[in-house]
Design a protein around this ligand. Structure first.
Ligand code: HSE
Length: 328
């Protein structure tokens, strides 16, 4: 076990899907990789690759390290010194579940390192507790579309297979938005009429996604719980949500807590370039530079590679190991 090297490829996610605040999530074909092994030097070391990763803590206050120790504690295993490496193509603090991917990747890697004593259900409980809601972590852990609910002590979920024709276009603004700030913008109470509005839309959306009735998405992807309150934080958002369907989208939503906007698109749609120009142009009018990416739903959860053998200086780095799969 001590000579084991684990590499986990974990997907990004979009949460809420409009009306399903803190409940719905979908895994996306954009990834982070986390490597973990027992340290051969007797000291914990970290290597980070990817944009904005240099600022992450390189000591035992590091999230990946703490998550790994949580797994070891649950399993009754003592493994205090680790070699941890991470590369991510998931932009930080943009609403694409970067922190959920890191948590899920570290849980799965640490569990695999000690022979996978914890079940996926247990890892889901730990991830939900750490993240504070189950939507992003559920999607990254189970892949596909995940419907979940958490009562503060136990999370339940059902996974839905994404329709073959479902594709997404994300517009990722150049600025970061902390989830905490975007949650702070929400009211503590809402009107009964708004709650009823969301129950209807969220239920209809789940049924439409499960049955493949993609034409219903534009009616179902409406929200009164969080998007109206967050719109002032993202200039151009209200116009994109209102008009994306006119440019061929099946529906559009704020991705998680934002600032990324996501359009759901039929892969056979004839005017993808027009939709992309509309999203980019609407944000540009507000002075916001944004990167657009076409992403398919990711149908699987984390992919785990285990290599047995001595670790150490001769070993290929994580970046060399995953070259060809990543943007860098
Ligand atoms: N459901 C969460 C939110 C996702 O909208 O705040 C972001 O972490």
């Amino acid at each position: 076990m001590n000579n084991r090297r684990v590499i986990v490829k974990v997907p990004a996610s979009t949460a809420n899907l409009g009306p399903g605040f803190d409940t719905l999530g979908m895994a996306l074909g954009l990834y982070a990789w986390i490597e973990m092994s027992a340290s051969s030097t007797g000291e914990t070391t970290f290597e980070y690759y990817g944009d904005g990763m240099d600022d992450l803590p390189q000591d035992k206050s590091n999230l990946l390290y703490k998550v790994a120790q949580l797994v070891f504690k649950e399993a009754g295993v003592d493994l205090p010194e680790l070699r941890i490496a991470m590369y991510s193509d998931i932009p930080l603090a943009r609403g694409l579940g970067s922190s959920a991917s890191a948590i899920v990747g570290a849980l799965v890697a640490a569990n695999a390192l000690i022979g996978s004593p914890l079940s996926d259900h247990k890892l889901f409980q730990l991830a939900t507790e750490l993240e504070g809601h189950p939507d992003n972590v559920g999607a990254s852990l189970f892949g596909g579309i995940v419907v979940s609910a958490w009562d503060g002590s136990e999370a339940q979920h059902v996974r839905i297979e994404p329709n073959e024709r479902l594709q997404t276009l994300v517009a990722i603004p150049a600025f970061q938005l902390a989830t905490e700030k975007a949650r702070h913008a929400l009211p503590s109470q809402i009107a009964m009429a708004d709650a009823v509005f969301n129950v209807g839309r969220s239920s209809l959306l789940v049924a439409a996604l499960a049955s493949g009735e993609l034409g219903l998405i534009r009616h179902a992807m409406q929200d009164r719980l969080h998007q109206p309150y967050r719109a002032p934080l993202i200039p151009g958002m209200a116009e994109i949500l209102e008009r994306a369907a006119d440019f061929g989208a099946l529906g559009a939503a704020l991705s998680g807590a934002g600032p990324t906007l996501i359009a759901f698109v039929d892969a056979n749609s004839s005017d993808k370039a027009g939709l992309e120009a509309f999203l980019k142009g609407t944000l540009a009018k507000e002075g916001i530079d944004a990167e657009t990416l076409w992403l398919s739903p990711c149908k699987s959860g984390p992919i785990v590679t285990i290599e047995e053998g001595p670790s150490g200086s001769g070993q290929e780095s994580l970046l060399d190991r995953i070259k060809g799969e990543v943007k860098a």
